[in-house]
Design a protein around this ligand. Structure first.
Ligand SMILES: NC(=O)c1ccc[n+]([C@@H]2O[C@H](COP(=O)([O-])OP(=O)(O)OC[C@H]3O[C@@H](n4cnc5c(N)ncnc54)[C@H](OP(=O)(O)O)[C@@H]3O)[C@@H](O)[C@H]2O)c1
Length: 277
């Protein structure tokens, strides 16, 4: 039996993957923000479910405690950090951070750390849903993760998705020798609820009839996420790598290869989320 924790499971790519992963051989633990939507997907798939708003780090801490309790000694085989999105103005969260960076990176960073003992017990894998936006719009400055100097929704989103890639790479560097694997991927340009809360130009693509021409269906994006979740690390995909859908690609943001930046991001994220070294 494989224990799979999947965030962003109440809608879009995550919900599609959850439906495809529903099988007696999988123990699914689904996480969403909306209780109503998460319960509906959990009922359909026979999963355990929890809710948390990633814009509140205390919710993430409570979620990690609930998941740890639910899995007991059995460990976690896969943590899929899939919740995320692009948002509007730079409204700070209750924790004082810019929302895009917190929901897409700081919250999953914290959740992953709190679940690390269970992941290491199972020699598990962390799968981060990143985006091609990491390459198109990302340019990280660890001294300004909030983009306080000059904010745009696209830049904030690109930075957060670049952080997903660097985080997977750092998990690999630090823990692969202990059996943990990590990967980041772009799921395709997928017709979901994505960009519904955003003032970004991307709204045009995702929220107008253009979507029928330009975007792939949620089932296809979900199938790609499923492929990573069900895959065997270092056979199906390489730990530490970034994939464009299922294709290993060298088309990455140049900052992806900056090991010092990856380490600085790790240290800064740990300090901001209260993780001790
Ligand atoms: N669609 C694309 O073309 C595309 C392309 C590249 C990458 N991605 C990435 O794919 C992932 C899934 O997105 P999607 O396209 O499936 O979008 P979606 O349909 O909007 O689903 C987003 C999921 O994330 C959850 N979520 C959003 N804000 C949250 C918060 N504050 N706290 C906790 N959960 C939150 C949502 O929960 P509720 O519904 O319960 O609020 C939902 O389950 C995201 O990381 C996104 O960046 C998408």
């Amino acid at each position: 039996m494989k224990t799979i924790v999947l965030t962003g499971a109440s809608d879009g790519i995550g919900a599609a993957a959850a439906r495809q992963l529903s099988a007696p051989s999988n123990r699914l633990i689904l996480v969403g923000r909306s209780a109503e939507k998460t319960r509906a997907v959990a009922e359909e798939t026979g999963a355990t479910w929890f809710t948390a708003d990633f814009a509140r780090l205390d919710d993430v801490r409570a979620l990690a405690a609930q998941i740890t309790d639910a899995v007991g000694d059995s460990g976690i085989d896969v943590l899929a950090n899939n919740a995320g999105g692009i948002f509007g103005d730079p409204t700070p969260t209750v924790d004082g951070f810019e929302k895009t960076m917190q929901v897409n990176h700081l919250a999953p960073f914290l959740l992953t750390h709190l679940l690390l003992p269970a992941l290491l017990r199972s020699r598990g894998a962390v799968v981060n849903t990143s985006s091609i936006a990491h390459r198109l719009f990302g340019h990280l400055d660890v001294d300004d993760l909030d983009n306080a100097r000059r904010f745009s929704p696209n830049k904030a989103y690109g930075d957060a998705k670049l952080a997903n890639v660097l985080f997977a790479r750092s998990l690999h560097t630090k823990f692969h020798a202990d059996g943990l694997s990590a990967v980041a991927f772009h799921p395709g340009t997928v017709q979901t609820n994505f960009a519904s809360d955003s003032s970004s130009i991307m709204r045009l693509l995702y929220r107008t009839p253009l979507k029928h021409l330009m975007l792939i269906g949620a089932d296809k994006g979900g199938a790609t996420l499923r492929w990573f979740i069900e895959g065997t690390p270092d056979e199906t995909w390489f730990s530490g790598a970034y994939y464009d859908e299922r294709v290993l690609t060298t088309k990455v943001n140049p900052q992806v290869d900056d090991a010092a930046l990856a380490e600085a991001l790790w240290q800064r994220s740990a300090a901001l989320t209260g993780i001790r070294p």
